[in-house]
Design a protein around this ligand. Sequence first.
Ligand SMILES: [Zn+2]
Ligand SMILES: [Zn+2]
Length: 317
Amino acid sequence: MKAVVFDGKLRVDDVPWPCRAKGDVLVRVSTAGICNTDHEILKGYMPGFSGIPGHEFVGVVEEAGEPELVGRRVTAEINCGCGTCELCRAGMQRHCPDRTVLGIAGRDGAFAEFVCVPAENIVRVPAGINDTHAVFIEPLAAALEVLEQTSIGPEHTVLVIGDGKLGQLLALVMRSTGCRLRVAGRHAEKLALLSDAGIETLRTDRLGEQSYDVVIEASGSPEALQDAVSRVRPRGRLVLKSTYAGGVTVDLAPVVVNELTVIGSRCGRFDAAVAFMQSCPLQLERLVTATYPLDRALEAFERSARPDSLKILLDMG
Ligand SMILES: [Zn+2]
Ligand SMILES: [Zn+2]
């Protein structure tokens, strides 16, 4: 089958079909999305990863142990736990020390014609959610994870730093809480998408002196981290959503002096994302910059790295 392969270098290649292990489901991928994590992998964020990247996808079940799954439109939770450790038994497969992660660690991902995933990771996509929206279930779950970790409501002022893919989804999630929300970014067109949705925006270089109850850093830019730290009011909360290849240097004195709570936040529950999509209309098509066929995946990656791009999709055809 055709797939995007990364082994220190990215290429489109013909690779053997994935061999379905017991308990796995074989999915014919329809559409997949390129995420910042995929770019971080290319830069070495997950040392040692080699294989097929891709973890945001929707497809149709081709083969499964459970015959009634065949033909269903699905996506999948990306963290695959060992199933036996203390964390897995407590329902925290996402934190299993021996986990593999689809297209990120120890397991081939979805930038291919077919992908294998454990049956327990499969999430059915309801008919009301089209393929374009379904590709956003994984990143939307990551945005919703913030609300699983900390409570935010109309009484709070919230600043999201970052107008990229994740920043846009975080803005939609935060808006649903009724909080007093502002989103800071560096790209006029991306900020315009947010203002069109009725969200107050400002340029990152015009943040001024104002501080907020909650600041969410989602720009992916190490320089924004210091900005984020200094914009949280005393006893406020700083939520970190970006992962960086390599380390970053930040002056943590304001965290101590202002007694801030720092919350690291990664993946979230898919069922929450599906429910959120069904309960509020989201115009996610507006976040898609372009769609490329699998053959032109390298071009798609280049396009995705451009600062003016939001989500780039791969259509497996
Ligand atoms: Zn992602
Ligand atoms: Zn485990």
